[in-house]
Design a binder for this molecule. Structure first.
Ligand code: KIV
Length: 271
């Protein structure tokens, strides 16, 4: 029997039941009303208002510049469109590290001002106090381990993480810790598939992978990447389901030709 099939509203409990039944969880990013409505109608289980908005919506090189106010703006737009999916919002860089009171204030602003259902944050032991405090206010928290883009200047590159034993051990311990603290799920980004499989077997909460192989409980991709709106980003883990960059460009060129030639608007397209 499928847990997911007739679910009217995805909750953290539904996700847990899906893991227990071995049903894969689907997750994509969303940053605006129109796209969120389409993805929700498609039955995607989790819509992540990712801080990747900093890259794909605002054109920054990293996720660091996006602000809490900007995340709340994106999240509110997504929430207004969604009827079924769980909406998870990234806590942006600087809004939760180092001071758990600030972390709680940031999480509360997201929940109150956007109407989202949960927050996500990057890191393990280093952000333990922030996670504890946010959870103590009843806000569900999704963890994020492996390649954590907010730490890009510490890593130096976007290459695969936790290939060495020491980093793999820390990641395994961090995943255990996040589960013990009460996180409802964890994103594992760009780590060896074997390591992700091992962690998924040890944990009872769902693990959602991006570049972490197929043995985890679900998958997430950045929507702009899987639709082919972004062109130059081509990591091995990415499967493109459309080539929207060229499709949109062709349509815009067609429109421009029609305007310039006087073909648009026609008699039928005016009052
Ligand atoms: O911000 C984001 O899009 C993310 C995903 C890559 C998981 O965190």
């Amino acid at each position: 029997m499928s847990v997911n099939k007739d679910i009217k509203r995805v909750t953290t409990h539904v996700l847990q039941a899906m893991k227990e039944q071995g049903e894969k969880i689907t997750m994509l990013t969303a940053y605006d009303f129109s796209m969120a409505g389409i993805l929700d109608e498609a039955g995607i289980d989790i819509l992540l208002v990712g801080d990747s908005a900093s890259n794909v919506m605002a054109g920054h090189e990293t996720t660091l510049p996006i602000t809490l106010d900007q995340m709340i703006y994106h999240a509110s737009s997504v929430v207004r469109a969604v009827k079924r999916a769980l909406v998870v919002v990234d806590l942006p860089f600087g809004s939760y590290q180092g001071n758990s009171r600030v972390a709680l204030e940031s999480a509360i602003r997201i929940m109150k001002e956007s109407g989202a259902h949960a927050v996500k944050l990057e890191g393990g032991r280093e952000v333990e106090e922030s996670i504890r405090r946010i959870l103590s206010a009843g806000v569900p928290v999704m963890g994020h381990l492996g390649l954590t883009p907010q730490s890009i200047y510490k890593f130096g590159t976007y290459t695969v993480r936790a290939k060495e034993a020491e980093e793999a051990k820390k990641l395994t311990e961090d995943a255990q810790l996040l589960q013990e603290l009460g996180c409802f799920a964890i994103v594992l980004e760009k780590i060896p598939a074997k390591l992700a499989k091992k962690v998924a077997e040890q944990l009872y909460i769902p693990l959602i992978g991006i570049g972490a192989g197929g043995a985890v409980d679900g998958q997430v991709l950045v929507t702009h990447d899987m639709l082919g709106i972004t062109k130059d980003f081509q990591p091995r883990f990415l499967r493109r389901y459309l080539d929207l960059f060229d499709a949109i460009k062709d349509a815009a060129e067609h429109y421009a030709r029609d305007v310039r030639s006087g073909d648009f608007p026609s008699e039928k397209e005016q009052y």
